[in-house]
Design a protein around this ligand. Structure first.
Ligand code: PAF
Length: 275
C-alpha cells in the first residue's frame, strides 16, 4: 500500500489504462463499517484508494473536532491488510489554502434534519468530498447508508454538477445488539452504550409496525420519539422521509425511511432504516 501525503503526488498519480478506480473517503479511526466499504471497493474495482482526513469545515464551533478519535497507525495497518492500493492523507494546509473562499453547497437538502442542528455541516462535507474527488479521480465512491442524508446530498451534488463519479451505497454495519457502527461510539460509557441501542431497536419496532399495517407517519414518528426518550436518549429529530429526495412523508410507501438523531449523554448518534 502506498501512502500519498502531497497534493502534487496525488494529482500526478497515473492509474493503469482502463483500470476501474474505487474510492472510500474516511475521517479515520476505522471500524467494520469502513472496512466493509473498502472490501466492496476491492471486490468491484481494479484500484482502491482510501482517504483519511478529519475535515475541519464539517464540524461546528461547539462540536468534537479536537477530540475526534484518531489512530493513524492502526488505520494504516488495517488498510494494508485489506490490500488497499493507495491511502491519501492530506493536511489542512493542502485542502484549505488560506484565504479559503470556494464552497460547494447543495441548497435545501443541506438545511434539513442534521443540517438544522449542525448548520454548515453539509457545506463542509460537500466541499471536501468534491475536492477529494477532483484529486483522486475515481469512477466509483463507496459510502455507507448510516449517514443517509449525506449520501443523498452527495448524490445530488454529483448529478447537479455533472460529475461522472458514481456513488455505490452500502448497508449499515451494526454491532451485535444493533447499534450502528460509528467512530463516535467510542465516546459512550457502558451505561450510555445500553441507551444507545434504543435507536436501532426503535427502528426495528417501527419496521415491524409497518409490516403489521401501520401507515400513518405522524403516529409512527410520535411512537418512535417517545420510545427513545423513555429509554433515556434525548431526541434531536425523528422523521419519515422519501429515500429518494429526503422529503417528509405523511403516508408509508416503498421508499419510506425513518431517520433519527438523538443525544446519548453528550454523544449525538444517528441511525435510519427503510421501513
Ligand atoms: O462520512 C464521513 O466520514 C465524512 O463525512 C466524509 C465523507 C469522509 C467527508 O469528510
Amino acid at each position: 500500500m502506498k501512502q500519498i501525503t502531497s497534493l502534487a503526488e496525488m494529482q500526478a498519480l497515473v492509474y493503469p489504462a482502463d483500470a476501474k478506480i474505487g474510492f472510500v473517503p474516511t475521517m479515520g479511526y476505522l471500524h467494520e463499517g469502513h472496512l466493509s466499504l473498502v472490501e466492496r471497493a476491492k471486490d468491484n474495482c481494479d484500484i482502491t484508494v482510501v482517504s483519511i482526513y478529519i475535515n475541519p469545515t464539517q464540524f461546528g464551533a461547539n462540536e468534537d473536532l479536537s477530540s475526534y478519535p484518531r489512530d493513524l497507525e492502526r488505520d494504516l495497518e488495517l488498510l494494508d491488510s485489506l490490500g488497499v492500493d493507495y491511502v491519501f492523507i492530506p493536511t489542512n494546509e493542502m485542502m484549505y489554502p488560506q484565504p479559503y473562499l470556494t464552497w460547494v453547497n447543495v441548497d435545501e437538502y443541506s438545511e434539513l434534519y442534521c443540517g438544522q442542528s449542525r448548520p454548515g455541516h453539509f457545506r463542509g462535507v460537500a466541499t471536501i468530498v468534491f475536492k477529494l474527488l477532483n484529486l483522486v479521480r475515481p469512477h466509483y465512491m463507496f459510502m455507507g447508508e448510516k449517514d443517509f442524508q449525506q449520501l443523498v446530498i452527495l448524490q445530488k451534488m454529483l448529478a447537479d454538477l455533472n460529475h461522472p463519479c458514481q456513488i455505490i451505497s452500502c448497508p449499515i454495519v451494526r454491532e451485535e445488539d444493533g447499534l450502528a457502527k460509528s467512530s463516535r461510539n467510542s465516546y459512550l460509557s457502558p451505561e450510555e452504550r445500553i441507551v444507545a441501542r434504543s435507536l436501532s431497536q426503535t427502528l426495528l419496532q417501527m419496521k415491524a409496525m409497518v409490516a403489521a399495517g401501520y401507515k400513518d407517519a405522524t403516529q409512527l414518528i410520535k411512537i418512535a420519539a417517545s420510545n427513545l426518550e423513555n429509554n433515556g436518549a434525548n431526541v434531536d429529530y425523528v422523521e419519515l422521509i422519501d429515500s429518494r429526495n429526503l422529503r417528509k412523508q405523511t403516508e408509508i410507501d416503498d421508499h419510506s425511511r425513518m431517520i433519527m438523531a438523538a443525544f446519548v449523554g453528550k454523544t449525538r448518534l444517528i441511525d435510519n432504516m427503510l421501513l
